[in-house]
Design a protein around this ligand. Structure first.
Ligand code: FAD
Length: 444
């Protein structure tokens, strides 16, 4: 066990002193759990404090072997610490792509399952849990239990979306999706306001992928103006002649990096407004159909290494909620009013249509999810509290993989499932063994 050192999530806030041990084998992991309490940590891409163990954190990054692949079915068995980026590098050239992916490929298999991550295809294909055939979970008593949709189902359903609080996922079998090329046929449709953006999502419910960039600072008639981006995996016969022979060969993207913390004042309402207006205008010019390589389409932010430093040393918070279908438009309007009134620099708002709810404590529900980043300023807690109230009043809930600020009371009020989750943890002994800074804050 190492000495405690400051550790944070992707938002760099909050920072807690945690020990970090990286077992390589099941036996080493079991010894850490026995000494507990611990929490598993994958690649630290959750924004808040869900992967900060108080006091002990178990990194899965050395448990990162791929164990088996069936080319007939696309089923991959791998250890939890394998990076999604490595899965893509290995299997895309053979014609397989992740069936569900978040907006960064620098996440681990275990982290994707624990958060039950969703992608741009949630409305059609569901979340990560839909792709998992089974997973092996290290339980509080040191046993390893295999669970899945067809065995130990209750444990599976608490674990997928359970944020590491039922045990340590050691390995899993997931289903990949067959693809003919490494290209996406992207259609960009500008929406002049929020109603139009929602109408475009509903009209395009059959699209495999859909996501919108939403300008959260536009006001008046332009409130909620968005660029809705639809996508389909391109077939081989849709590629230009010079690409057909090598359908998986895409240009390597230039990687930029943010080598130091930018000064906090750089991001303010004026710079964010200017950025959003420029992005909107560029989107209008680029509207229509074009072929985009998989990396640029799914992971635009990954090309800027360390982009979380643009918010400066004080860090930032991401807010992500989902609002049920019938209340989504009015709830979103109120959230946008609040954001515009607060005048916080906020860019990179993302709007998505979500599909069916699944599993016992995972985030998605049918409706619209809004995600956006705010720099950690003194006024931020007040703004977030007002936004939390709006979400509650409209029957929505929050994504724990992004959360760093919720109170236990707000969680209980917005997500009644949390009481059953906490009860299950206490009855199974998980509450004493698996503890994160987030589970403490939220009384889970
Ligand atoms: C740029 C960016 C874009 C993103 N886009 C999306 C998106 O589109 N959709 C989406 O759903 N999410 C998105 N996320 C969030 C991200 O996908 C999740 O937070 C994911 O859980 C991070 O995986 P990780 O391996 O880094 O896990 P960590 O951040 O290290 O951990 C996250 C949670 O998983 C638990 N965990 C990790 N490994 C294990 C394990 N082996 N066993 C048990 N529990 C474990 C941790 O305890 C913690 O609760 C995005 C994040 C970033 C930075």
């Amino acid at each position: 066990m190492t000495r405690a050192r400051p550790l944070a999530g992707w938002g760099r806030h909050p920072v807690r002193d945690c020990t970090l041990a990286a077992p390589e084998t099941e036996a080493e992991a079991a010894a850490l759990v026995a000494a507990g309490p611990v929490i598993a940590r994958g690649n630290g891409r959750a924004y808040g404090d869900s992967a900060l163990g108080v006091p002990a954190t178990l990194s899965t990054r050395r448990m990162n072997r791929m164990r088996a692949f069936d080319p007939a079915t696309g089923v991959l068995e791998a250890e939890a610490g394998v990076l999604l980026a490595d899965i893509i590098d290995t299997f895309l050239p053979r014609g397989w792509f992740p069936a569900v992916t978040p907006g960064t490929k620098f996440v681990t298999l275990g982290g994707m399952i624990a958060a039950d991550v969703h992608g741009k295809n949630h409305h059609r294909d569901g979340a990560m849990g839909e792709t998992v055939l089974w997973l092996d979970l290290l339980r509080p008593d040191g046993r390893v239990v295999r669970c899945g949709p067809g065995q130990e189902r209750a444990l599976f359903e608490w674990t997928v979306g359970g944020m590491g609080l039922t045990g340590v996922i050691l390995r899993a079998a997931i289903r990949l999706r067959p693809v003919e090329t490494g290209w996406i046929r992207q259609v960009t449709r500008p929406a002049r306001d929020l109603s139009r953006a929602i109408a475009l999502f509903e009209e395009n419910a059959e699209a495999t992928y859909s996501v919108a960039w939403i300008d959260c600072l536009a006001t008046g008639a332009a409130q909620g103006r968005s660029l809705v981006m639809l996508g389909e995996h391109a077939r081989r016969d849709q590629l230009p002649d010079d690409r057909v022979a090598r359908p998986f060969r895409t240009r390597a993207r230039r990687r930029l990096s943010v080598p130091f913390d930018l000064p906090g004042w750089l991001l303010n309402r004026y710079s964010a407004r200017a950025f959003n207006a420029a992005y909107w205008n560029a989107g209008l010019r680029g509207a229509g159909v074009r072929l985009v390589d998989w990396d640029s389409y799914f992971y635009p932010l990954d090309s800027i290494l360390g982009w979380n430093r643009v918010y400066g040393r004080r860090g930032f918070a991401q807010f992500q909620c989902v609002l049920p279908l019938d209340a989504a438009e009015t709830g979103l309007q109120r959230l946008l009013n609040e954001i515009a009134r607060a005048g916080q620099g906020a860019f990179l708002g993302v709007l998505k249509r979500m599909g069916a709810e699944a599993r016992r404590f995972s985030f998605p529900m049918p409706g619209y999810t809004l995600a956006l980043d705010f720099p950690a300023t003194p006024g931020l807690p007040g703004l977030l509290a007002r936004m939390d109230d709006i979400v509650q009043e409209h029957g929505g809930r929050f994504y724990l993989a992004k959360d760093s600020h919720l109170t236990a009371e707000t969680l209980r009020r917005t997500d009644p499932r949390s009481a059953a989750f906490a009860r299950m943890r206490s009855e199974t002994g998980a509450a004493g063994r698996f503890v994160s800074a987030q589970s403490e804050r939220l009384s889970l």
